[in-house]
Design a protein around this ligand. Structure first.
Ligand SMILES: [Mn+2]
Length: 368
């Protein structure tokens, strides 16, 4: 019985610290395909971050090597996404590259019969309206529609994902799901996971296989399911542990530039258990002494960077107010605020921080 593994948006890069990270996730996907005895591994575009990454001989050799470890029962079908075209000159062809046992679809749609199912594999294009006049032959087995773009029936924002890359926001006409007689719509491009029924057909975005940019919160996943005749069986999500997660922490900073050691310790403790994660620490507060803050921040960053795959800092919510303690209005205000301080672990605490910040900003403006 066919067992289908659906992945997308791995965004492999040819150099830098993310190179081996991406390859580790690819290797995990292949191990999962093997241990689950998947018969099909579908990669729905943006396996590479750009054409330069796609065409890099060293990276390609490692990718081919990884796929060569797949069970023989597993067929791999890979459609190109918008990122494979990023930086590609018109005289270059994606199909000039050989992926070994991976069936690459990069020129035009192919309807194939493979491993007991049918796959309508559509490479990325800026516009999919041409498919509305396509004559899809009557299906004789379970049929998957593979595409890379935005089906706005399933995904309605935010715009940041819609604007990803050059010409990234190709609209997938929802009607194509029924027109192609798909039993399952395997989509890529949207980096958060989404699924919806289009009629009685599941249309699924597994989300990016690795953390590609900040804000991609939650575990990275691939989707696996059995087929039962023309019906897609229950879908199971498999978390890619090698992908880690993106997590954002807000660190309140005191007036003297220090921050709560208990909170810092807690973040370090979490980091110790999640070495593959990307943490972003967002500092928030009004400070009087930048030097104290800079020193503590650097030490904290160094400590976290040793424990994590990546740690970035955001200080855009830090404001310096140097004559603060000498200002009587500020002192009275701060004492009054301190008396109303909610516990740090409550939602009210962030509201309180914001209120304190706005109040001090107003006093600062009045002094000037
Ligand atoms: Mn994309």
């Amino acid at each position: 019985m066919p067992k289908i593994l659906h992945a997308s948006d791995l965004h492999l890069v040819r150099n830098g610290e993310e190179r081996n990270y991406g390859l580790a996730v690819l290797n995990e996907i292949i191990s999962i395909a093997n241990s689950r005895y998947a018969t099909h591994l579908l990669i729905c575009g943006d396996m590479f971050n750009s054409f330069a990454d796609y065409s890099d001989a060293m990276l390609l050799a490692e990718v081919k090597e990884a796929f060569s470890r797949l069970n023989e029962i597993c067929h791999v079908v890979y459609i190109s996404g918008n990122h494979e075209l990023l930086g590609k000159s018109p005289n270059e062809r994606l199909s000039a590259y050989n992926f070994g046992n991976v069936r690459l679809i990069s020129d035009s749609m192919e309807l194939m019969s493979i491993g007991g199912i049918e796959i309508a594999a559509v490479p990325f294009r800026k516009d999919y309206k041409y498919l509305l006049s396509e004559d899809f032959p009557r299906k004789t087995a379970f049929r998957v529609l593979m595409m890379h773009g935005i089906d706005s029936t399933i995904y309605a924002g935010p715009d940041t994902e819609m604007e990803d890359g050059i010409d990234g926001g190709a609209q997938i006409p929802d009607i194509l799901i029924s027109r192609s007689q798909a039993s399952y719509a395997a989509f890529g491009h949207i980096h958060s996971s989404h699924e919806a029924m289009s009629g009685n057909v599941p249309a699924v975005y597994p989300g990016s296989s690795r953390v590609w940019r900040k804000g991609e919160t939650g575990p990275r996943k691939i989707v696996i399911f059995d087929t039962d005749g023309d019906i897609a069986g229950p879908r199971q999500e498999i978390i890619l542990s090698s992908a880690g997660q993106y997590r954002k922490f807000v660190m309140p900073v005191n007036i003297d530039g220090s921050f709560a050691q208990s909170k810092a310790d807690e973040i370090v403790r979490i980091a110790e258990h999640s070495p593959l994660d990307w943490f972003e620490i967002s500092f928030s507060g009004i400070i009087e002494d930048e030097n104290v803050f800079e020193g503590l921040k650097a030490a904290f960053h160094a400590d976290l960077s040793k424990k994590l795959r990546k740690c970035t800092l955001d200080t855009s919510d830090i404001n310096t107010f140097s004559a603060l303690s000498g200002n009587p209005a500020a002192r009275i205000f701060l004492e009054a605020m301190e008396a109303r301080k909610p516990p740090e672990e409550t939602p009210q605490f962030n509201v309180w921080l914001q209120a304190r910040k706005i109040g001090l900003e107003e006093i600062n403006k009045a002094v000037k």
